[in-house]
Write a protein that binds this ligand. Structure first.
Ligand code: TXA
Ligand code: MG
Length: 339
C-alpha cells in the first residue's frame, strides 16, 4: 500500500512501521522510542536480533543527542558528507535502546539525502531506526515497487522514486576519537574520508581489525537474489564449461553459512548473465534492480563475470562496494575452475 508523508507520519506516531525512501535503498522505519515499533521491524524482516539497526536523523544536532561521544572526527565527517550515504558508528546515548543496537554500546547514525525522508523525520520529531526494507539476507529494495513485492503489499510504503545511489551506505566505526574502520563499503570511499580528515587537520588512523563483537551484522553472505548467482573471476570458456564448473563447485559448497541458506539452482539449463554499466555509479544504481529483474526471467542461474576494472585501474576503489555486494550475494565463486 502506497502512502503519503502525512499518512507515514501517522503510522510512525501510532507505533508501527512504514517503508521510506532514501538515496541508498528503501528502509523499514520505526520511531526509536517505541520498543514495540522497533520489534515490528525485526518481525517484519525476519531479522535476527544480533544485527543492529541504523538510526536515521534529520540533522547533526539530532545526532549529537544520540551519541555520548560526538567527537571531532564525527563532526568533520558529518559536516562534509551529511545528508548522504555515510553511517557513523559511535558510543550510544541512553536515548538509544539495546534492542536497536543488538546490545552493543555503539549506535550507527545516518542522515539520509532524500527530501521525503528528511521531511518525515522532522515531522515525527523523533529519530527513526531503519534497516533496508527487505527480508533478512535478501536483495535490498531500490524502489517502492520492490518493497511492495518483497512484503506482498502488507507494509505501507512512502514512494520517493528510484534510489539514486542504489547500494547501502558506507558504515564507519569510530573508536576512541581517532581510530577508524570501514565496516561496510559504499559510495563514499575511504580515500574521501581520509582526504576530509586531513583537510580538517585531524590526527587519526585506520584499522582493518574488526571483531565479530564490533560488527555482528557482517556476514559472509547477504543480498541474495531469488535465483542463485554465480560470481566468475574469469571469463568462462563456454556455457558448457561454466555448467560443469558450477556442478563440481556445488558438490562441495555448504548448504548454509552462518545461518544463511545458500540458494541452489533447481536445474542448470538456463543461464542468464548479469551485465553492469562501466560507470561504477551507474552500475551501483542499477545493481539491485537488475538482480530482481533477472530473477523473474525464468533462468536457473544468474552469472556475473568480474570485469578487469574491479582489480586494476583508476576506478578500483569505486568498484569495491559492488564487488563486496556481488560476492556476498553469490552462492558460488569460480576462478581457476573456469580456465
Ligand atoms: O544505506 C543504508 O545504510 C540503509 C538505508 C535504509 O539507510 N540501511 C541499511 O541498514 O543498509 P541494514 O540494517 O540493512 O544494514 C545496517 C548494517 C548492519 O547490518 C550492521 O552491520 C551495521 O549496519 N551496523 C548498524 N549499527 C551498528 C553498530 N552499532 N555497530 C556495528 N555495525 C552496525
Ligand atoms: Mg540490509
Amino acid at each position: 500500500m502506497l502512502v503519503n508523508v502525512s499518512d507515514a507520519e501517522n503510522i510512525l506516531r501510532s507505533g508501527h512501521v512504514v517503508a521510506i525512501p532514501t538515496e541508498t535503498v528503501y528502509g523499514l522505519a520505526a520511531r526509536i522510542d517505541s520498543e514495540s515499533a522497533v520489534g515490528e521491524i525485526f518481525s517484519t524482516k525476519q531479522r535476527p536480533f544480533f544485527d543492529p539497526l541504523i538510526v536515521h536523523v534529520h540533522s547533526i544536532d539530532q545526532a549529537k543527542k544520540l551519541s555520548r561521544d560526538w567527537n571531532q572526527v564525527a563532526e568533520a565527517l558529518a559536516r562534509k558528507f551529511w545528508p548522504g550515504p555515510l553511517t557513523l558508528v559511535l558510543p550510544k546515548s541512553d536515548l538509544v535502546s539495546g534492542l536497536i543496537t543488538s546490545g552493543l554500546d555503539s549506535v550507527g547514525l545516518r542522515c539520509p539525502d532524500h527530501p521525503l525522508a528528511l521531511q518525515l523525520i522532522r515531522k515525527v520529531g523523533i529519530a527513526l531506526a531503519a534497516p533496508s526494507a527487505n527480508l533478512f539476507g535478501r536483495t535490498s529494495p531500490t524502489s517502492a515497487e520492490h518493497v511492495e513485492t518483497e512484503f506482498a503489499s502488507k507494509v505501507p510504503v512512502l514512494d520517493g522514486g528510484h534510489s539514486q545511489v542504489g547500494i547501502e551506505s558506507t558504515v564507519v566505526l569510530i573508536r576512541g576519537n581517532s581510530e577508524l574502520s570501514i565496516l561496510r563499503e559504499g559510495q563514499i570511499l575511504q580515500s574521501q574520508l581520509e582526504h576530509e580528515l586531513r583537510q580538517a587537520g585531524i590526527t587519526h588512523s585506520w584499522s582493518t581489525q574488526v571483531s565479530r563483537v564490533e560488527s555482528p551484522g557482517h556476514l559472509k553472505h547477504h543480498y541474495m537474489p531469488s535465483v542463485p548467482l554465480i560470481y566468475c573471476r574469469q571469463i568462462p570458456r563456454c556455457e558448457e564449461h561454466l555448467r560443469s564448473a558450477i556442478e563440481t563447485g556445488l558438490k562441495t559448497a555448504p548448504n548454509e553459512v552462518e545461518g544463511i541458506v545458500l540458494r541452489r539452482p533447481k536445474s542448470l539449463r538456463r543461464f542468464i548473465e548479469l551485465s553492469l554499466s562501466r560507470d561504477p555509479r551507474l552500475a551501483a544504481r542499477e545493481l539491485y534492480q537488475k538482480l530482481r529483474e533477472l530473477s523473474v526471467q525464468n533462468a536457473d542461474v544468474i552469472y556475473f563475470v568480474e570485469p578487469e576494472a574491479f582489480r586494476k585501474g583508476p576506478e578500483t576503489e569505486q568498484w569495491q562496494a559492488i564487488r563486496d555486494r556481488l560476492s556476498k550475494a553469490a552462492t558460488l565463486q569460480l576462478d581457476e575452475e573456469l580456465a
